[in-house]
Write a protein that binds this ligand. Structure first.
Ligand code: BES
Ligand code: ZN
Length: 848
């Protein structure tokens, strides 16, 4: 019996909760009446509780009258065992519990958050973050997603404060000097979706979307930053009602910006919580990427109101049913809102992030066993989100968007208010499509990794073959060698005057397709939706580059680079061939294609020796300069938002990665021109470039700009720029600030991660993290510690790699699941690349 799982012999159907938070003493008192169905005779009841003091527990409603229980808390498994004075028969009961807890500062469970008001005085609020397993820190409960129940919540608060929960206010009164707010009954909900927020918050006037009143909430003084969120939330709410063919399942929808927040946002039914950067934005001073981020997060969470909240996975192994779907739907909504944002092409970057982990031996299947809470936390990764969404996109394109939508509707209708398994989705999609979806998808969901498809020409045929792609060669793992997928492959053949597309479902190890005599070149993965790598035999690659490059869509060029760069890391393509190939992209003007080019250069920069850097910087300038010269320093009439963002990214690449003095000087000059408004995309590049060459006086200015920033995005821009200063004492100051209260604990992990990924600061940052490991764990939220350690992949020297490994072993660090093994394997891939290519690489750089 799994010690973390609750027995299924007692089932809750309704919680009547009353919570009284006290922001001053950072504590809360609560009582709960939980309606239970006892299924078989029991003498004890086991539920979840953690960091709570439970004063009393009484079972009512049986023929015995009141039965007071003995309470035993089991800390390691976060359970509470209630021993009854006698065995009770099956039937309906009520369990009454009185308890107390603290409003903690770890941003999970019921926690407190701090901000400053207009006069600079500190103010407090209380908020919740329950997913995955932290509702048990706010009230004793059956804290597993399959135990759905109705929640009837009452919050007793200081009359000066607002109280928000999942549903509308049912009634309100003043009792004993408190404002007592009773909320309407919710639909049956999993505990991780319950939310309470208490504070001096302000809401926008509700707008009606269908029958749903929709409001954006924030701390006082920030209401002018809500318009963008209002627009995208109203749009996506309507979009999803139409797409799902089903009304919004709640009775109101509040979107709340919380000053301290561990994740990006959380899909509590009717009371979605966000970190401020993910909700509040001023479109006139935000970059394209920053606006896209808000649109993404808002759409993602609203998509969850159906996928996740109305229909919920039965257990955390099926988390992808929530997150992959919400990510897929997020793209669909944002794409429908602003089609010129080309969201599905930008999604290429997410797909390649998933490839980067899924190409490891330490990857896992999308659906993966979960026992302990820590393993549930580890499921929130690129495999669940980005690989999951990529696989859904591949399927949608294969069976057709209308058929896919029909299947989704069927699934939601059939399982509303209930819990599901992955197979339920297959059945619904399969019914809609009239084919065995399961057969196709099993390999993608239940097995690890993904294939590389090799294309070779044999006379008038093309041979397509598949094999699992891994960056590192397996010693003799025959299981890997024989792994096969059913791969929907879309091909395009470019002839002399005509172009033809072909679809093949590759399920064996190889297949062949005809290659007409007049055919000039072949593209595998037309449209770029397939979740597989492509490797062309040399003559096919040459033909594609010579004849076909300008015939490819941006996402196809993106994939060509992404696959080639992956081949370099896997030792299938020499590094110098790749670098030569990048010459052909000097004429590239698509932002997304540049994203992948720049990210490969960024990675390369991390594995250089100091003396190799000047040659590399020359190469970077050579590749980027023509495009930037054409775009110039000022906005041009008629340029798209994507082009404006590209301008910023090229500038940043030239100024920092390319270390180009002309660019740096000009950036500094522009920065010090007072009162001249700059385009946000340009500003977001100029700020880090100035920091990169900045001194202590400039650090002071940037720190001040961070403190008095007028929007969350500008605040982040300056905050992150602090990690670019290069003087040791300034790096020291930023490091110290992560733990001494200068920066919020929600931001500290990101700063530490950036410092680890930065070649100038990584040595010192890693030393600092080792010295302060206990403090880091005591002070920072756990979600953050996991993200911080992602920075390990920046430690690309054999020496740092060894240090990192021995530290993690000595401290017995466990991030759950396979997280750490993945970080170390990613590091190994890069260190191995460096060892393999160093000589050739040096020669190549000497020649540029
Ligand atoms: N359900 C998650 C929030 C979450 C993440 C809870 C990690 C517990 C652990 C939410 O729907 C989500 O996915 N949020 C993302 C943003 C989203 C746009 C990808 C996040 O917080 O990063
Ligand atoms: Zn999500």
């Amino acid at each position: 019996m799994d010690p973390y799982r609750l027995p299924g012999n007692v089932i809750p159907s309704r919680y009547e909760l009353r919570l009284e938070p006290d922001l001053e003493s950072r504590s809360f008192a609560g009582d709960a009446t939980i309606y239970l169905n006892v299924i078989e005779s029991v003498a004890e009841i086991v539920l979840n509780a953690a960091e709570l003091t439970i004063a009393s527990a009484t079972l009512e409603g049986g023929k015995e009258g009141l039965l007071p229980a003995t309470i035993a808390l089991e800390e390691p498994t976060e359970r509470c065992r209630l021993t009854l004075p006698k065995v009770v028969d099956p039937g309906d009961y009520r369990l009454r519990l009185c308890f107390n807890g603290t409003l903690n500062d770890k941003l999970r469970g019921f926690y407190h958050s701090t901000y400053r008001d207009a006069a600079g005085a500190p103010r407090h609020l209380a908020a919740t973050q329950f997913e995955a397993t932290d509702a048990r820190r706010a009230f004793p409960c059956w804290d597993e997603p399959a135990f759905k129940a109705v929640f009837s919540t009452t919050l007793a608060v200081d009359p000066a404060l607002k109280a928000i929960s999942n549903s509308r206010v049912h009634s309100e009164s003043i009792e004993a000097g408190k404002r007592v707010v009773r909320f309407a009954d919710t639909m049956p909900l999993s505990t991780y979706l319950v939310a309470f927020v208490v504070g001096d918050l302000e809401a926008t006037e509700p707008i009606l979307v269908g029958k749903t009143p929709l409001s954006i909430w924030c701390v006082p003084g920030k209401n002018h930053l809500t318009a963008f969120a209002q627009a995208i939330s109203a749009f996506s709410l309507g979009f999803f009602e139409r797409y799902y063919g089903m009304p919004y399942p709640g009775d109101k929808l509040d979107l709340l910006a919380i000053p301290d927040f561990a994740a990006g946002a959380m899909e509590n039914l009717g009371a979605i919580t966000f970190r401020e950067t993910a909700l509040l934005v001023d479109a006139s001073t935000a970059t394209h990427a920053e606006q896209e981020r808000v649109a993404d997060v808002v759409s993602h969470e609203i998509a969850h109101m159906w996928f996740g909240d109305l229909v919920t996975m039965g257990w955390w192994n099926g988390l992808w049913l929530n997150e992959a779907f919400a990510t897929f739907m997020e793209m669909a909504a944002v794409d429908a809102w602003r089609s010129h944002w080309d969201r599905w092409t930008t999604f290429g970057a997410s797909r390649s992030a998933a490839f980067a982990v899924d190409g490891l031996h330490a990857t896992r299947p999308i659906e993966f066993p979960v026992a302990a809470p820590r393993d549930a936390d580890a499921m929130f990764d690129v495999l669940t989100y980005e690989k999951g969404a990529s696989v859904l996109r591949m399927l949608e394109q294969y069976i057709g968007p209308e058929v896919f939508q029909k299947g989704v509707r069927l699934y939601l209708e059939r399982h509303a208010y209930k819990n599901t398994e992955t197979t339920d989705l297959w059945v619904a999609l399969g019914e809609a499509a009239g084919l065995q979806v399961k057969q196709i998808l099993d390999g993608w969901i239940y097995r690890p990794g993904h294939p590389i498809v090799t294309a070779e020409r044999r006379g008038d045929h093309i041979i397509l073959s598949q094999e699992r792609f891994t960056y590192l060669r397996a010693s003799s793992d025959s299981e890997i060698k024989h792994q096969r997928w059913m791969i929907p492959i879309q091909l395009r053949l470019h002839g002399k005057d005509q172009t033809t597309s072909r679809r093949v479902l590759l399920s064996d190890s190889s297949t062949q397709v005809g290659f007409p005599a007049d055919c000039r070149c072949l593209l595998v993965n037309e449209g770029g939706h397939g979740f597989y790598r492509v490797h062309y035999a040399p003559e096919l690659l040459a033909a594609l580059l010579d004849e076909g490059l300008d015939k490819l869509a941006p996402i196809e060029r993106f994939n060509l680079i992404s696959d080639s760069w992956a081949s370099v890391q896997a030792g299938l393509m020499p590094l110098d061939d790749y670098l030569t190939m990048t010459e052909r992209f000097r004429g590239e003007r698509d932002k997304n294609v540049w994203t992948i080019l720049l990210s490969s250069l960024q990675t390369l920069n991390r594995l250089l020796e100091v003396e190799e850097r000047p040659g590399f910087q020359r190469l970077v300038r050579d590749r980027l300069a023509p495009a930037f010269a054409e775009l110039g320093w000022t906005l041009r009439q008629g340029d798209s938002e994507l082009t404006n963002q590209l301008r910023g990214e090229l500038l940043r690449g030239l100024g920092i990665l390319g270390n180009e003095p002309g660019i740096q000087n000009h950036a500094r000059a522009l920065y010090s021109q007072p009162g001249v408004p700059r385009d946000a995309n340009l500003d977001a590049a100029i700020v880090p470039i100035v920091a990169f060459g900045g001194d202590a006086a400039m650090y002071e200015i940037f720190f001040g700009a961070f403190q008095k920033a007028s929007t969350p995005q500008i605040e982040q821009r300056y905050l992150q720029a602090l990690t670019f200063f290069r003087q040791p004492e300034l790096i020291e100051r930023t490091l110290a600030g992560t733990l001494n209260g200068t920066f919020r604990t929600q931001d500290a992990p990101l700063l530490l991660r950036l410092l680890l990924l930065n070649v100038v600061s990584r040595n010192r940052a890693w030393q600092f993290i080792q010295e302060h490991w206990e403090e880091i764990n005591r002070l920072l939220p756990f979600v953050g510690v996991r993200r911080l350690l992602e920075g390990l992949v920046g430690l690309v020297t054999p020496e740092l790699e060894r240090q990192a490994q021995s530290f993690v072993a000595a401290k017995k660090i466990d991030l759950g699941g396979k997280t750490l093994a993945q970080y170390f394997e990613q590091l190994r891939v890069l260190v191995a690349l460096r060892e393999r290519e160093q000589t050739v690489f040096r020669a190549f750089l000497a020649g540029t």
